[in-house]
Ligand binder design. Structure first.
Ligand code: FAD
Length: 381
């Protein structure tokens, strides 16, 4: 028991980051406990992982100013096929990995100009994208509106069912021998003389461990006990989404489709996700008439065939946004205190590399090259 405590790891947060890291550690026989304040699954909302759209889209989402982040996104993207396979073998859960690719469509001259700028910028980065006429886009997706006058096709921007990923990770983590404690809310990170000691739960229970990982998503900066030099500058960024049901035998879309401030993601079970707003509202996760109306109007402009589709679900989630929109990964000035947070709108895409790199750091003491630029130190220079 003493031994177990001696090298055990506590992970705060049971989202894709916490469970992914936990899975890798449990596979390496490191005693690991994931502490989750709610439940892993539908009741974890407004946590980001359940709320997400599951796009693995580093190419069409590449924006000016994010060039430093791109290699990390691409490296994680390359790990997804093997990650999917391994996760399925470990959990028995199919995570719905789909490779039809992504279309970005333009409906008027302004949008074509913007798309042209995006296309040229992304091509300069060496990303593979094809410019399509409206008709060529409709050959790929016949239900697109006649008003679509141009599009980009990105063959390598894929998707996964993020909810299945979360359930698969939970299963794989448990099967590898990890301990999951749900309804275990961390009230304080315990730090003494510059070293992590463990955590105190809201119930008063104290858990000791020499390694504590903060993977608490949008809540990461609010954890009491974190000294200022180890407190990640993370804030919640609200995203509202909804799901429509489309016929399984006649899906309206096969590709993920992006328009102006909206995207449509077809799932294997006929659900068509429509997302997402980007709102700075603190920890408010209310659905609003304006948010849902705007998403539906924009989706309808691209895909009028959704008119009769039943709305089967609406929800809002909180993205963990860091000050520079890049994740915060790695050791802190507090010995044994590790951060894996701030993944903003790329946390599903970054799940494989986050799990691999942070578990490597914990198991070997070495920070992998791939995450060296993403430590908390960059905010204190
Ligand atoms: C609407 C929306 C759409 C998105 N679309 C995409 C997409 O298409 N592709 C993509 O790659 N990413 C997307 N993202 C982003 C992605 O979902 C997140 O970056 C990722 O899920 C973050 O995972 P996480 O584990 O860090 O956080 P979370 O999933 O939020 O998990 C953190 C967990 O910590 C728990 N926790 C917090 N405080 C405590 C405490 N004190 N004690 C115990 N537990 C605690 C929370 O309950 C929560 O379950 C989207 C996000 C949203 C909201």
């Amino acid at each position: 028991m003493k031994n177990k405590q001696f090298n055990s790891v506590l992970i705060v947060g049971g989202g894709v980051c916490g469970l992914g890291i936990g899975w890798r550690l449990a596979q390496a026989n490191r005693p690991t406990t994931v502490l989750e304040q709610r439940e892993v699954g539908p009741n974890s909302l407004p946590a980001a992982t359940w709320a997400s759209a599951g796009m693995l889209a580093p190419h069409v989402e590449a924006e000016p100013g994010e060039e430093r982040l791109l290699p990390l996104l691409l490296e994680s993207h390359a790990r997804w096929p093997a990650f999917t396979q391994e996760l399925k073998e470990a959990s028995g859960v199919d995570v719905g990995y789909r490779t039809e690719g992504t279309l970005v469509v333009a409906l008027d001259r302004d949008q074509v100009e913007r798309l042209r700028f995006q296309y040229e910028f992304q091509r300069k980065l060496g990303l593979e994208l094809t410019w399509l006429s409206g008709d060529a886009a409709r050959q790929r997706e016949p239900h697109l509106s006649r008003n679509v006058i141009a599009a980009l096709y990105s063959p390598h921007d894929h998707q996964v069912d993020n909810r299945q990923v979360l359930l698969a990770l939970r299963q794989a983590f448990l099967a590898a021998g990890g301990t999951l404690r749900e309804h275990a809310s961390v009230a304080e990170i315990l730090v003494e003389k510059g070293e992590a000691q463990g955590v105190r739960l809201i119930s008063g229970e104290i858990l000791h461990a020499p390694v504590v990982v903060v993977a608490a998503g949008a809540w990461s900066a609010t954890l009491p006990g974190l000294p200022p030099e180890a407190r990640p500058p993370v804030r919640p960024v609200k995203g509202q989404m909804l799901a429509l049901q489309t016929p399984l035998d006649a899906p309206l879309l096969r590709h993920v489709v992006w328009g102006r401030d909206v995207y449509l993601v077809p799932r294997k079970d006929g659900r068509l996700l429509v997302g997402a707003t980007v709102e700075e509202k603190g920890f408010d996760a209310q659905l609003t008439a304006g948010g849902v109306y705007t998403l539906l109007r924009r989706a309808w402009e691209i895909l009028p065939g959704i008119d009769e589709a039943p709305i089967v679900e609406m929800w809002a989630g909180l993205r963990p946004g860091s000050r520079d929109d890049a994740p915060i990964l790695g050791a802190t000035p507090v010995k044994g205190l590790i951060l894996a947070t701030g993944h903003y709108r790329n946390g599903i895409l970054l799940a494989p590399i986050t799990a691999d790199a942070i578990s490597h750091l914990i198991l070997t003491g070495e920070t992998p090259e791939s995450i060296r630029n993403f430590g908390i130190g960059r905010f204190h220079r």
